[in-house]
Design a protein around this ligand. Structure first.
Ligand code: SF4
Length: 504
């Protein structure tokens, strides 16, 4: 029997969420695992996906299952639940890859995802058990790799990879192109949901299901577009578009936006609807950008009357009042704008664009007015943040009183311009993957000129509890979503994250 060509592993990032992992954090399908699986299957290769988050194998089970499948290539797709989490997700990925290599040194192990895109050479140096790293999204390089005999001579000729030769030397080959817009449907034909565990096994974040736990599954996330045209300092999502190996370049240099034809995407949504999925996360970094793309997709969803509950990201300066009625009709019940900072100067400093001209209060009010819930994103420790400006961010959050608020500390993520800046300024950078996990015990955020990492992290955790325990917020939630939602939030805020740098 012909050997399985590729086993795609979605590693588990469970350890990064502390006690929140039990009941609160989402379990998302690994979309990039699904995209790469479909691309390689279409190119004629045999492929399976193994999701460690769902299967939760121990070391023995995992190495046994690898032995059973005995693939030509084992590919760890390390994207995290959103691309900003790739570096933190490396923790679980390298642990399990090492299990495999120790058990069977001849297994060929590849890694793909934003972290290795950003630091290919460093990653191979750090982990002897990784044989091949992909230096961008990896579609073409992966197909070229599988088309080869996987010998050292073959690997030398493949663009878009770095690899370790038989003597242990590391080579970075020429970069590879990414799939162009006009070839997306052919060369990256959507997510192979059929190769994943049942979508009933996945669950969305509790706030997305209006804080009602029983409604969290089945759940699916999907990309309808890739990348973003903007160049925010703290963001590394465009590093998957890397087409130049120069290590001084960062995500902001590869700010490309591509989208699948809505007529193509709707077929994926048809499939999800048939599986009984109502909870959908549109994971696009920049969904609300090109009306021909997202409004056309809304029309197609509305025609089908799927009654989806959709969550999507937007920038505060790309969402317009004229879009809202259609978004709501398509089931977009949650929009997640990146508000980032309360202080206009800080926002201007870190988000390149016309963001500073926007009246945030007005935009959030307009979204709420349309009956769409707002899950606002805030970041502490941006640019030249000091105590006054991070307090402004918290004050703005409390004033806006949105139905959900994600609060993070700015972290110098590999691939972001901030990472290069921190390196150039000689700032302390995390030395362990877990330190990049926003909610992890080991989290080490970036400092600013005026605040230490400890000060920022302490403030973030204080801000989180201040927000979610605020009686005004709880009253609003009670009126909208009822007592079960209050119970859910109360249980969540009982969990106090432990933080190593704060002495826990
Ligand atoms: S707008 Fe969002 S996705 Fe785009 S670069 Fe800024 S943070 Fe990243």
């Amino acid at each position: 029997m012909k050997k399985l060509d590729i086993m795609i592993i979605a590693p588990s990032a469970r350890n990064l969420y502390q006690k929140l992992a039990n009941d609160f954090s989402a379990k998302e399908p690994n979309i990039w695992a699904g995209l790469l699986a479909n691309a390689t299957r279409k190119a004629g290769f045999t492929v399976v996906i193994y999701d460690m988050e769902i299967e939760r194998p121990n070391r023995e089970d995992f190495t046994e299952i690898i032995k059973e499948y005995n693939p030509r290539l084992i590919l760890f797709v390390v994207t995290g639940q959103n691309p900003n989490a790739s570096t933190a997700a490396m923790a679980g990925a390298v642990e399990s890859a090492e299990w495999v290599k120790e058990k069977e040194p001849n297994n060929l192990i590849g890694f793909v995802g934003p972290h290795i895109n950003a630091l290919p050479k460093e990653t191979l140096i750090a982990h002897e058990f990784i044989d091949i790293g992909f230096t961008n999204e990896g579609v073409y390089a992966l197909i070229d790799t599988l088309s080869s005999d996987l010998t050292e001579g073959d690997l030398k000729k493949i663009n878009g990879i770095c690899f370790r030769d038989n003597d242990g030397n590391i080579h970075i080959n020429k970069p590879s192109g990414i799939v162009p817009q006009e070839k997306l449907e052919d060369d990256m034909p959507g997510v192979a949901y059929d190769l994943m565990p049942s979508l009933k096994e996945y669950r969305t974040s509790s706030w997305h299901s209006n804080y009602h736990d029983l409604d969290r599954s089945p759940f699916a996330s999907i990309y309808t577009s890739l990348g973003c045209i903007y160049q925010c300092e703290f963001c590394m999502i465009n590093i998957i578009n890397r087409t130049d190996n120069d290590s001084n370049l960062a995500s902001a240099n590869f700010n490309k936006f591509r989208f699948w034809d809505p007529e193509f995407t709707i077929k994926q949504l048809d499939y999800l609807a048939k599986q009984g999925v109502k909870q959908i996360k549109i994971a696009d970094e920049m969904w609300v950008l090109n009306p021909k793309h997202f409004l056309t997709l809304c029309d197609l969803i509305i025609e089908r009357d799927y009654n989806f509950n959709i969550w999507a990201y937007t920038r505060i300066d790309t969402i317009k009042e004229k879009y809202l009625e259609k978004l709501k009709a398509a089931g977009v019940n949650w929009l997640a704008p990146g508000i980032e900072a309360g202080n206009q100067l800080i926002r201007r400093e870190v988000t390149k664009g016309k963001f500073e001209d926007i009246n945030i209060r007005q935009v959030v009010g307009m979204i709420k007015e349309a009956g769409i819930n707002v899950g606002a994103n805030y970041i502490f420790g941006l640019g030249n943040d000091n105590y006054d400006s991070i307090q402004e961010t918290l004050n703005l959050a409390i004033e806006l009183n949105t139905e959900n608020a994600n609060m993070y500390c700015a972290t110098a993520l590999p691939g972001s311009p901030l990472y290069n800046k921190a390196k150039n300024l000689g700032w302390d950078l995390p030395s362990k993957y877990e330190e990049y996990g926003f909610l992890s015990y080991e989290h080490l955020p970036s400092q600013t000129k005026f605040l230490s990492a400890e000060e920022i992290l302490r403030f973030r955790d204080y801000a989180f509890h201040t927000y979610f325990e605020n009686p005004r917020f709880l009253k609003m939630i009670n009126e909208k979503f009822g007592a079960p939602a209050i119970e859910n939030i109360t249980q969540m805020t009982k969990i106090r994250l432990k933080r190593k740098i704060l002495g826990d």
